[in-house]
Design a protein around this ligand. Structure first.
Ligand code: EPZ
Length: 431
């Protein structure tokens, strides 16, 4: 059993470097399947989700060469169109991008339904709606999603998404890149990683316009050639460390970020009495006085990100007064609340709304990470709590946070990885 053991109550001082964005990397790596040649991808975060998706590509015949800690060369010139390995694909949500990528390149794909953090229902009907509009037949047989372009190659089409979906927007973009003709995605998601995927594909020769707005136009091309691309910094990793400073106090420079991507998080922390000062590619975050209560509702970008909801909850637990937190994206993203209560938090949940009564102090306790962001939120709560917090099931956290222990130790946190001789816990499907 591997745990994080945190002795909390110490303010944080120093600088934290932000890694490449997880949710951009797990789309851009499958996008390399569309490229006939070598893609050099820089600023790749070293996290287990990235390792998994690279392993899947290798299984399909990609040559993957590590250039340095954050750079890989991927050559998909000799890729095979074969069923994606079941056990690997089921471990990660982003395996759904292999449907769009393989369908685009070969006209057919066989991919297991994706895994993913348990956040309530996670359908992919909007992805399938897009593929179907482009001339694919899609069905599930023998535990696999089978998608086949009726004419051998997808045809450009107009797709109106019924729900703003990050995954469907990126998957349809992948499918349309090598399709015949123009595809228009309406009611598209606008997250920074959508723009990053479009920039990656365009740098390899694709013709995509409008990413970052709600109408994206993709004119299909015959082939993509190789090139070099650097992934954007991780908005959510940066926001997580900003929340850690808000909760634990101190002053930390969050280095190598795009301030624009963090505007809604910055605004909310400022409303709570946290100082956030922009300095080029950095934000300097400090908190000395009391935290003010606030209401937070999560929404698609540019709204407050759902992937920061548990982390902001950790901060609100320590604010003066009553805060109302509303989850606007997922059906069930409050599974962490019982673990917070072990630390002394006062939270009541009714459906998608959590009412948080701020307490003057949390106290350390043994807790369990139930998913990636919930795990990060427990780290934040543990850093602020008095006494010792032990967090288990930390594999969830390591899916999405590169070197979290080293980064926090570097700003003065007392956090250690402790391996106890118990049998290593089984890792269920995550993503
Ligand atoms: C991506 O998931 C992220 N995952 C999630 O991050 C993130 O929470 C989410 O976007 C929203 O920002 C990856 O990028 C790998 P959606 P995705 O499709 O694409 C509904 C993290 O912590 N929906 O935008 O799967 C869906 O149920 C993870 O890093 C449909 O109904 O999310 C949800 O309510 C967790 N039908 C809403 O749309 C569909 O076909 C948004 O989901 C697709 C989605």
């Amino acid at each position: 059993m591997t745990k994080y053991v945190i002795t909390g109550g110490k303010p944080l001082y120093g600088t934290i470097d932000i890694s490449g964005a997880k949710n951009a990397a797990v789309a851009i790596i499958p996008a390399a399947l569309l490229v006939d040649g070598v893609c050099r991808i820089e600023n790749i975060p070293q996290i287990s989700d990235v390792t998994l998706i690279l392993n899947i590509l290798q299984d399909l015949g990609a040559e993957v060469r590590t250039v340095n800690r954050t750079t890989v060369d991927i050559d998909c010139s000799h890729i095979r169109n074969q069923p994606v390995p079941y056990q690997l694909a089921r471990k990660i949500r982003a395996s759904y991008y292999l449907i769009g990528a393989l369908l685009s390149r070969f006209g057919s794909a066989q991919v297991p339904p994706p895994g993913g953090c348990d956040l309530g229902g996670r359908p992919i009907d909007q992805h399938i709606k897009g593929f179907t509009a482009m001339g694919a037949d899609v069905d599930v047989r023998g535990g696999y999603i089978h998608a086949t372009a009726r004419d051998g190659r997808l045809k450009g089409s107009q797709v109106y998404l019924d729900i703003v979906s990050v995954g469907a927007t990126m998957n349809i973009m992948l499918a349309a890149t090598l399709a015949d003709g123009l595809t228009i995605i309406e009611n598209a998601a606008k997250e920074p990683h959508i723009v990053d995927l479009a920039n990656f594909l365009n740098s390899m020769g694709a013709d995509i316009m409008g990413a970052g707005t709600d109408v994206i136009k993709i004119r299909g091309v015959d082939r993509l050639a190789g090139g070099t691309y650097s992934i954007i910094p991780d908005q959510i990793e940066a926001g997580t460390y900003m929340a850690a400073v808000a909760a634990a106090g101190g002053q930390v420079r969050i280095h190598n970020i795009i301030p624009k991507h963090l505007e809604c998080i910055t605004a909310k922390l400022q409303e709570m009495g946290v100082s956030v000062v922009e300095d080029g590619d950095d934000l300097v975050v400090s908190r000395r006085g009391a935290l003010n209560r606030a209401n937070v509702k999560t929404m698609p970008y540019p709204g407050f990100p759902t992937d920061m909801q548990p982390q902001i909850a950790a901060v609100l637990c320590l604010a003066q007064g009553t805060s109302v937190l509303t989850e606007g994206v997922w059906d069930n993203r409050y599974r962490y609340v019982d673990e917070f209560r072990r630390l002394g938090a006062q939270i009541q949940v009714d459906g998608k709304v959590a009412v948080i009564e701020g307490v003057s102090q949390l106290t350390g306790a043994p807790v369990r990470a139930c998913d990636l962001r919930a795990g990060a939120a427990l780290v934040i709560a543990g850093l602020a709590a008095h006494g010792v917090t032990e967090i288990d099931s930390i594999y969830h956290i390591e899916r999405g946070y590169e070197d979290i222990v080293r980064k926090l130790t570097g700003v003065g946190a007392d956090i250690k990885v402790v391996i106890t001789p118990d049998q290593e816990e089984a890792q269920p499907n995550v993503g």
